[in-house]
Design a protein around this ligand. Structure first.
Ligand SMILES: [Zn+2]
Ligand SMILES: [Zn+2]
Length: 435
């Protein structure tokens, strides 16, 4: 590949390697509220914020306050035979721990409270300290951690879990929504808003002032062996210490051992998929009668009680999404290894869908945790989460990790190599600059 030579000095903000296809490209200077798409695949390269960075401080602070309110108030109350039981964010995980499923409780508490809190508090800390004249270097590590936690913070998925639990219980007992639910809805709205309003490139640029200055020494020429940082997106010539000059992350041309790691995670998820569907995820006992039900059984019960939209939601989240992820990841792996050249744009889109959709499977787990915490009325009625839920949760986490480990640029690399072999020439790397 040729060196990239631009007419004007390139700022780090302008130079990008597409994380979806690996194409190195310069994007023109952008106004506020603009989006840059890759010239070759359906990946979004950069989105500038509509408002200045201080706007994000207010939004992140509001979200953090709402998270604290949500954590300290009651979400739902259930009443039957004169007894009242209420649940907050922590009741489900505590109940799971009491029922010998502490690992499941830990996952639920991590994705609904710990990850969102660390992400919000970390981002707020970085944004506030960025206002200083010389921001300290440890901010880079804090922001990298907050960014890494993004897929694991699942407040909006939890909202759907609460909704499914509410509708499902309405049939069996008297259920009331408490203040916590409204705080949770406001928190979800605020988290989505603050997430989309934050210009991460602007934060990284301000965090890595020295690195940007190094680039200015050779502003118009970027070598062909340039590497892009996986965390902050900075494009640089290979460095002496092998680390990103802007955020300090180790640089790799492609994610290390991506294929073998992804295969291992996909196979492990496929194995766990069997107990996840075979063992019960929920047991409802009413007046001493009742039977354990599996994931598919749960959907059938919802259909039998004519809750069609809810049945469709649970079917989508618990059966369709895990299947789509397993089949999608396997397809992507095989097409890389066989050097397929067709459907490259669609396969890249599939990768983005698989990565985005993974977290939504947690709806069922959240619902089971809440039901278990809310419905324990001795002989009258009890709901117990089953061991199948642990296996199902493992499937969700393993497929999410697999999607993070897979490198979609490999699909374009192997297709490029196959094309080159067919043309009888030496394999070419990614095409040169399009601006
Ligand atoms: Zn691309
Ligand atoms: Zn970096």
């Amino acid at each position: 590949m040729d060196d990239i030579v631009a007419d004007e000095a390139l700022s780090p903000r302008q130079l990008r390697e597409c994380p979806g296809c690996g194409l190195l490209q310069a994007i023109p200077p952008m106004e506020r509220g603009m989006t840059a798409k890759c010239a070759r695949c359906p990946t979004t390269l950069h989105k500038t914020a509509t408002y200045p960075l201080d706007h994000s401080i207010a939004l992140t602070f509001a979200a953090l306050v709402l998270l604290i309110v949500t954590c300290s108030t009651t979400l739902m109350g259930v009443q039957t035979s004169g007894i009242m039981i209420s649940a907050n964010l922590f009741s489900g995980p505590l109940e799971l721990a009491e029922r010998q499923m502490p690992e499941l409780g830990l996952v639920v508490i991590f994705v609904t409270a710990i990850a969102p809190f660390v992400k919000l508090a970390g981002t707020l800390y970085v944004l506030v300290r960025l206002r200083e004249a010389n921001p300290p270097t440890h901010l880079r590590r804090v922001f990298a951690l907050a960014e890494w936690l993004r897929p694991w913070s699942m407040v909006e998925v939890f909202v759907f879990g609460v909704f499914v639990a509410y509708v499902k219980l309405g049939d069996l007992v008297t259920i009331t929504l408490e203040h916590g639910v409204f705080a949770l809805l406001a928190l979800t709205f605020m988290m989505i808003w603050s997430d989309s309003a934050l210009d991460r490139e602007e934060v990284w640029e301000r965090l890595g002032g020295a690195a940007a200055a190094t680039r200015r020494a050779s502003p118009r020429r970027i070598p062909a062996d340039a590497l892009a940082c996986e965390i902050c997106g900075f494009v640089t010539a290979p460095t002496a210490d092998g680390r990103c000059p802007r955020c300090g992350t180790r640089l790799h041309p492609r994610k290390p051992n991506s294929l073998s790691r992804t295969w291992a995670l996909v196979i492990a998820a496929a194995v766990m998929y069997i107990p996840a569907n075979y063992f019960p995820v929920l047991t409802v006992m009413q007046l001493g009668a009742g039977a354990p039900s599996t994931i598919l059984g749960g959907v059938e019960e919802l259909l039998a009680s004519r809750m069609y939209p809810l049945a469709a939601l649970v079917f989508f989240a618990s059966i369709a999404v895990p299947m789509l992820k397993l089949v999608g990841l396997t397809t992507m792996l095989i097409t890389v290894q066989t050097g397929q050249t067709a459907w490259l744009r669609d396969r890249t889109r599939l990768y983005h869908i698989v990565r985005w959709i993974g977290r939504w499977s947690m709806i069922d787990i959240f619902m089971e945790a809440l039901l278990g915490a809310l419905v324990k009325f001795g002989n009258a009625i009890t709901i117990e989460p089953g061991i199948g839920a642990v296996a199902f949760c493992a499937v969700v986490i393993l497929t999410m990790l697999a999607a993070e480990t897979f490198d979609p640029r490999l699909m374009w690399d192997s297709a490029g190599a196959a094309e080159a072999r067919r043309a009888g020439s030496r394999p070419a790397a990614t095409p040169a600059l399009t601006a």
